[in-house]
Design a protein around this ligand. Structure first.
Ligand SMILES: Cc1cc2nc3c(=O)[nH]c(=O)nc-3n(C[C@H](O)[C@H](O)[C@H](O)COP(=O)(O)OP(=O)(O)OC[C@H]3O[C@@H](n4cnc5c(N)ncnc54)[C@H](O)[C@@H]3O)c2cc1C
Length: 374
């Protein structure tokens, strides 16, 4: 376990997110870890291995197209490339996915001293490229999954694929304050499972009024000495049992009608500027960490008309990674609102690639290589 500087949660690392990352769109020149990745490529200038796909008249054809370049998409790419499927990854406007928004990752197996999120994702990407994956940093904006080859469009280029893995993830919702963005990774987090450990014996706050907020507050009592649960209304969306459990916990203090005007602190979180939403009265609260638990938005816009979504808007999987359309597979946080971890997303990506390979093989479109590729 890494020794951390006690005064700087997340190791005091600073990541320049280049503005509002709630929409997860790093500036086009933003470095990813230590390796700068050029954004805004088109198919002709994609990074990665040999140009295996055929580009003709503004369209590109491949056996397997992977949409998304977080842990799920890039793990699918590693497996698919090693199985000779010559995948193309359409990485989206947030190459590397959610882990680009964090600093220390201490729970990804294989890194006993932890690793920075952007460095981990750079390694994923290099590994996928090493086996010949082509990666294009564009968002898919339209799809037609009515027949094969499936057709997907990104920045005016049409991609045709016999099989597709959708790994577009989910975006944590943020309050939208400048101070919140600036202090992300310096005491502001959107993931209690990931970052709770950094707040041992600290006084912290959780914002939100749904089950997630109450679940996270209760989970964080394992680490923090005191948790203020802040909610801008006077009633909760959370289930009564979750609320009662939190009320009964001596470490949790619930503040209703409480909005956040600013997160205070220059280099790290030092407090909150709060406002009573009923009376307008302002006050400050000294705390060292803020967990935003106001929900996640699955990135499903382009696929929603074709694939099944659940009540929360997440894609629905059948039999592990299969969607309702043969040849379209789903992996990672875009369907998983239960675990939401890099390692589970990566595991899903592996499963989706193997399922896609077996499916392509069953269609006579490729030979199954997985057993020999391991
Ligand atoms: C602040 C924070 C800290 C975290 N810390 C940890 C941690 O310490 N340990 C841990 O295990 N987990 C952590 N997580 C959770 C982890 O990051 C996610 O579970 C994981 O990244 C999910 O991987 P994914 O590949 O499913 O999706 P994502 O990482 O969300 O990646 C989605 C990808 O899809 C792309 N995309 C979206 N829409 C489109 C489109 N239309 N076209 C093309 N591409 C598209 C995006 O550009 C992105 O590349 C953290 C999350 C956050 C927000």
């Amino acid at each position: 376990m890494t020794e951390r500087n006690d005064t700087t949660p997340f190791g005091g690392l600073s990541i320049d997110f280049g503005g509002d990352t709630s929409v997860a769109a790093p500036a086009s020149s933003a470095p990813i870890g230590s390796v700068p990745i050029a954004f805004g490529q088109d198919a002709a200038t994609a990074t990665g291995g040999p140009a295996t796909a055929v580009a003709s008249g503004g369209s590109t054809e491949t056996k397997l197209l992977i949409v998304g370049s977080g842990p799920a998409g890039l793990t699918a790419a590693i497996y698919a490339a090693r199985a000779n499927l010559e995948p193309i990854v359409l990485a989206g406007s947030a190459p590397g996915g959610q882990l680009m928004l964090t600093s220390d990752v201490e729970n990804y197996p294989g890194f006993p001293d932890g690793i920075q999120g952007p460095d981990l994702m750079t390694a994923f990407r290099s590994q996928a490229e090493r086996f010949g994956t082509r990666i294009v940093d564009v968002d898919v904006d339209r799809v037609d999954l009515s027949e094969r080859p499936f057709r997907l469009w990104a920045r005016g280029v049409e991609y045709r694929a016999q099989a597709v893995v959708v790994a577009t993830g989910a975006s944590a919702m943020w309050l939208g304050l400048e101070s919140e963005t600036r202090l992300r990774g310096r005491g502001v987090s959107a993931c209690a499972t990931c970052d709770g450990f950094f707040f041992r014996d600290r006084e912290i706050a959780v914002v939100g009024g749904g089950d997630t907020a109450f679940e996270e507050a209760t989970y964080l009592t394992r680490f923090a000495k005191k948790i203020h649960l802040l909610h801008r209304r006077d009633e909760f969306r959370a289930s009564r049992i979750m609320v009662e459990r939190a009320r009964a916990n001596p470490k949790i203090e619930i503040h209703t009608n409480t909005g956040i005007d600013e997160v205070l602190g220059d280099a790290k979180v030092e407090g909150l500027a709060l406002r009573d939403t009923a009376t307008g009265e302002a006050r400050t609260m000294p705390i060292e960490g803020l967990f935003i638990a106001i929900g996640h938005k699955p990135n499903t816009e382009a696929f929603r008309d074709w694939l099944e979504v659940d009540a929360k808007g997440y894609l629905v999987v059948n039999d592990e990674t299969h969607s309702k359309i043969d040849g379209v597979f789903i992996a990672g946080d875009v369907h998983d609102h239960r675990y939401r971890q890099a390692v589970t997303a990566a595991g899903d990506g592996c499963k989706a690639a193997i399922d896609a390979e077996r499916w392509l093989e069953a269609q006579g479109l490729t030979e199954a290589n997985t057993l020999t590729a391991w």
